[in-house]
Design a binder for this molecule. Structure first.
Ligand code: GDP
Length: 312
């Protein structure tokens, strides 16, 4: 019999923080992370997977937690030289980080799938959790603004998520397939956790894969989400702005609504405790605790609360 595993659906920053806590509470080998690829992009001919890198670096203990992305002790000499040639440097690529992108791009060009590439590279970094791209097919998040359709990184990094948002779409999601390992991971999990990630641009592209959404509806495991919103604001990033643009209430209730067709429970912050009864009314159970994770200790406490209160 296979050992029990915990399956986490993840974007970048918020999920990376939570996973640092989860691996202190359950054996890392028993953690599966299904990661968003909607943010993936090509820069200088290299395949960049920002969320996969944030998760892998965090699990390897090498994420720059102050910046929230990239590697610790990073330098940017290559990028500075590129900028000296008069080329745009808005997409920040560190010197060590470049090794990740060069290796991944090389492996992809030699015929490996993204899943195989990520497995090989995460193992080489000492990660024991299974890091699973949600799909090996190209799915790209697009943000419609008055200036036109933007790729996610153009909106998020270059334009610092300032443009007005008219809609968000996931190009390629209808045709994309989820690897069997992703679907099995959801089906056979002890517990499925939706990390505190942006519901529209981090979890949204994963759920746009109809096989994944179906697997979440069918799994016998409890599915529990951690709200990335406290009150009417995201802890960081554009989640609130994007939820509003997509017609969701900007609150933990709105987060529950994003996942309403498969969610059993949502964890909301103590400051939002008064919302519990209105969310419960929608047949989704509510648990209340402190959701802020300024450090690994807070992340461990949150993970303990979730894992140890499983099916309570
Ligand atoms: P993006 O930055 O919006 O593209 O999204 P990510 O999914 O990569 O990560 C940011 C999400 O994590 C945001 O929606 C944040 O509100 C959430 N987040 C970051 N730090 C914390 C935290 O300490 N607690 C909680 N609950 N959410 C967090």
């Amino acid at each position: 019999m296979k050992p029990a595993h915990y399956t986490v659906l993840a974007g970048g920053t918020g999920a990376a923080k939570f996973l640092r806590g989860l691996v202190q509470v359950v054996p890392e080998e028993q953690v599966h992370v299904i990661v968003n690829v909607g943010d993936d992009t090509d820069v200088w001919g290299l395949h960049i997977s920002p969320d996969i890198d944030s998760i892998t670096y965090a699990l390897a203990g090498k994420l720059d937690t102050l910046r929230g992305w990239g590697l610790v002790n990073e330098t940017f000499r290559c990028l500075e030289t590129i900028e000296a040639f008069g080329m745009p440097g808005w997409f920040r690529l560190g010197d060590q980080d470049l090794a990740t992108h060069l290796t991944r791009t090389h492996l992809l060009r030699s015929g490996l799938s993204l899943s195989e590439t990520v497995e090989r590279m995460s193992k080489a970094m000492g990660v024991k959790a299974r890091v699973l791209p949600a799909t090996d097919d190209p799915v790209r998040t697009k943000v419609e603004t008055p200036q036109g359709m933007l790729g996610f990184q153009e909106f998020f990094v270059r334009d610092q998520w300032k443009p007005e948002v008219r809609s968000v779409s996931y190009a390629g999601a209808t045709e994309a397939r989820a690897p069997a390992v992703v679907l099995d991971s959801i089906r056979d999990a002890q517990l499925v956790i939706i990390a505190p990630s942006n519901p529209i641009t981090s979890i949204g592209p994963i759920l746009a894969l109809h096989q994944v959404r179906e697997a979440l509806r069918c799994t016998r495991a409890e599915v529990i989400a951690i709200s990335p919103l406290i009150g009417n604001a995201a802890v960081s990033g554009p989640a609130a702005k994007l939820m509003e643009a997509c017609g969701y209430e900007v609150s933990p209730s709105g987060v529950a609504r994003c996942y309403h067709d498969f969610l059993n429970n949502i964890v909301i912050d103590v400051r939002d405790g008064a919302l519990a009864s209105s969310i419960r009314y929608e047949t989704i159970g509510v648990r209340v605790t402190n959701l802020l994770m300024p450090d690994d200790i807070a992340a461990r406490k949150l993970a303990e609360f979730i894992v140890l209160s499983d099916s309570r």
